[in-house]
Structure formats: structure tokens, C-alpha cells
Design a protein around this ligand. Structure first.
Ligand SMILES: *Cc1c(COP(=O)(O)O)cnc(C)c1O
Length: 363
């Protein structure tokens, strides 16, 4: 009898990659995951809870969350037949890649970007072709166009890009859609409410375009996992085949509907976070030794001449949990900070000033 390991049955592509993980730390201020620092208002929470208390928990959620799709149609201006809601937008991203990718097919990704795309593409056995950002950490549209002209079955553009905050210029996106009608072009607008710029208006013209959005960021609903995709209705019917039945629980569906109906209440906080982002950028820019990159989102990355792990640990000593992104390509000196409430942002600046001053004098 030979020696067998059950892990030999796992696809080699899967064995070769690391899983998406996040370590836990003790902190006072959480600015590491781009969440909304403002919770859902208590009154809205109570209305959602009341609904949940009245509804039978023994029954399945609606097979097709029509009401949620109708509310999303009103919010996005897109056809409800072309809207798919998921247990987080990551689920719908997975469904779309599942119906497209197999060994031999190619997923094009700018790099660095959100790591989940590459993870899913690799697990599915697809070929992942990465196109580096330019040295100023904006999209290299020329290189992407060249790569697409060469080959490609699907491309994902995260805009604003996580973790760099840059946007894919709309005129260049139109060119990409025009020149590659046979390639699925996905734009992940997880941070749309902070950039206030969307390409959803192009959906009616280009059937190869898919737009993703989420409730996890601006809508303060990361804990309940709701996201959605906007696409051509015929394509949505195909993607739907890869989606598991009853993927969103009734509680999360109700919460998403309630938040959409009350979105005006949230918009003041979103505008405040945008103003805070600009103030944070300006303040960081004045700190000696800190290079900060402009962002259209609710986070930004910054670099220092020092080891990012030292900066991370020093910030944590002051209770601030940021994200060390230095393992990403091109970002070996970088950390990412999420925009929070004004008090948190001031504390972050004060702490960073202290750390930079101390590191400079210790040289
Ligand atoms: C946070 C984030 C999402 C949201 O994913 P959910 O599954 O909806 O929570 C999607 N894309 C990017 C790039 C993100 O940063």
C-alpha cells in the first residue's frame, strides 16, 4: 500500500495559494476594514427587529427577493430584471466568475487590487493575468488595453480601487467596452457612495458590462452581508444558475430594503466622511516623511521611509488599528487607513505625528 494524503485530491491551484485571512488585535479605534464608523440608526434597527419578530423564522426567505430588487432598481436606475442580490457582493462576484472561468480562460486584474478576485479566479482554475498600476498608483489604462487586445475573457476593475483609492477614468472604460465586446468587463463600485461617480449609466449601452455594489460600506451593513450586481438581464439569468437558492436570509433582505427606503438619513454622514477624507489627506500630507495618495473612497494609503510593521505596531500602541498592506505588490512601504469620525481621525494624525517624530530623531 502506498502512502496517500487526502490533500492530494485538492486542486494544486488551491494548495498553492494562501487563504484570505485577517488577524485579530486589541484596539480602541478600528480603521482597518473601510467600514462605516456610524452604525445603523437605532430607530431603523428597531423597525427591522420588529419585522423579524413578526415573521415566521421556520419559513424560507422569498425565493426571489423581488421587493429588494425593486428598491435597488429605484436606487440605481437599472432594470430590476438585471439585478442580482447576494450574501455580500463577494458572493455575486463568485457566481459571475463561476459561470465564465475554467482552466484555459483568462481573468485580467490590475495589481494591486482587492485580493478576493484572484483567490476566486485561481480556485476556479482560471488563468489570472495581472497588470501593474503605474508608479503613481493609478490605473495603467494603456497597459490594460494592450492586455485586453491580446486576450482575456473577463476583467475586474475595482473603482475606486481597494487599496489604492484610484478611479478608472470613464472615457477609458468606454473604450475598453467598445474595443472588447466579447469580454466581460466588471466594475466593482463597492465604494461608489464615497466617489459619487458610477458607470451604471453605461449598462443600457454595453451588454458586456457588469457593476457590483455593496451594503457593507456606505450603508453601514457589513455585519448583515448584502451586496448586488447590475448587468444585462439575459446575463443575470445565467449568473442566477450559479447562485445557491435562498442565498440571503430574510433578516438581511429586510434590513437592506429598510436602509434603501431611509437612505436620505445616511447621506449626511456619508458627506461628512467625504469631507473628513479630504481633511485627513491634507493633514497627513503635511507630516514630514509621509507620502499619502489621493483617494475617492473612505480610505487611503500612505508610505513612510520606515518598516510598515513598526508604524503599524506604534499606531496600535495608541489604540489605532490600521491595515498593513505592505505584502501587496508595489506597496512594500504602505499602510491603509480608513476614514472615521472626526475625533478618531484627529487621534490618528496626532499619533502619526508622534511616531514619525520619534523615528526621525532615533536615526
Ligand atoms: C468591501 C469590499 C466589498 C464588499 O464585499 P461584501 O461581500 O459586499 O461585504 C467588495 N469589493 C471591494 C473591493 C471591497 O473593498
Amino acid at each position: 500500500m502506498g502512502k496517500y494524503s487526502i490533500l492530494d485530491k485538492v486542486k494544486p491551484e488551491v494548495r498553492s495559494i494562501n487563504s484570505y485571512t485577517l488577524r485579530e488585535y486589541d484596539y480602541e479605534i478600528k480603521i482597518n476594514q473601510n467600514e462605516n464608523p456610524y452604525d445603523v440608526p437605532e430607530q431603523i434597527k428597531r423597525e427591522i427587529l420588529d419585522f423579524a419578530l413578526e415573521r415566521s423564522w421556520s419559513r424560507y426567505p422569498p425565493f426571489d427577493p423581488v421587493e429588494l430588487r425593486e428598491e435597488l432598481a429605484a436606487y440605481t436606475g437599472w432594470n430590476p430584471e438585471g439585478i442580482l442580490a447576494g450574501n455580500g457582493s463577494n458572493e455575486i462576484i463568485q457566481c459571475v466568475l463561476e459561470i465564465i472561468l475554467y482552466p484555459g480562460r483568462k481573468l485580467i486584474l490590475p495589481s494591486p487590487t482587492f485580493t478576493v478576485y484572484k483567490l476566486i479566479g485561481t480556485v476556479l482554475g482560471g488563468t489570472v493575468q495581472e497588470v501593474p498600476l503605474k508608479s503613481d498608483l493609478t490605473f495603467d489604462c494603456d497597459a490594460i488595453e494592450a492586455e485586453m487586445a491580446d486576450s482575456g475573457d473577463v476583467i475586474i476593475l475595482c473603482s475606486p480601487n481597494n487599496p489604492t483609492g484610484c478611479m478608472y477614468p470613464q472615457d477609458r472604460l468606454v473604450r475598453l467596452l467598445e474595443q472588447n465586446p466579447g469580454t466581460v468587463v466588471i466594475v466593482d463600485e463597492a465604494y461608489y457612495e464615497f466617489s459619487k461617480e458610477t458607470v451604471a449609466g453605461l449598462l443600457g449601452t454595453y451588454e458586456n458590462l457588469i457593476v457590483f455594489r455593496t451594503f457593507s460600506k456606505a450603508f453601514s451593513l457589513a455585519g448583515l452581508r448584502v451586496g448586488y450586481g447590475l448587468m444585462n438581464p439575459a446575463l443575470a439569468r445565467e449568473v442566477n444558475k450559479a447562485k445557491l437558492p435562498y442565498n440571503i436570509n430574510f433578516f438581511s433582505i429586510a434590513a437592506a430594503i429598510k436602509l434603501l427606503q431611509n437612505r436620505d438619513i445616511l447621506s449626511g454622514k456619508i458627506d461628512e466622511l467625504i469631507a473628513e477624507r479630504e481633511a485627513l489627506y491634507t493633514a497627513m500630507n503635511t507630516i514630514n516623511g509621509v507620502t499619502v495618495y489621493p483617494s475617492r473612497s473612505n480610505f487611503m494609503i500612505f508610505e513612510t521611509p520606515y518598516d510598515p510593521e513598526i508604524i503599524f505596531r506604534e499606531l496600535l500602541k495608541d489604540g489605532l488599528l490600521v491595515r498593513n498592506v505592505s505584502s501587496y505588490p508595489m506597496l512594500s512601504k504602505a499602510l491603509r487607513v480608513s476614514v472615521s469620525i472626526p475625533d478618531d481621525n484627529r487621534r490618528f494624525i496626532t499619533s502619526l505625528v508622534r511616531i514619525m517624530g520619534e523615528l526621525e530623531t532615533s536615526e
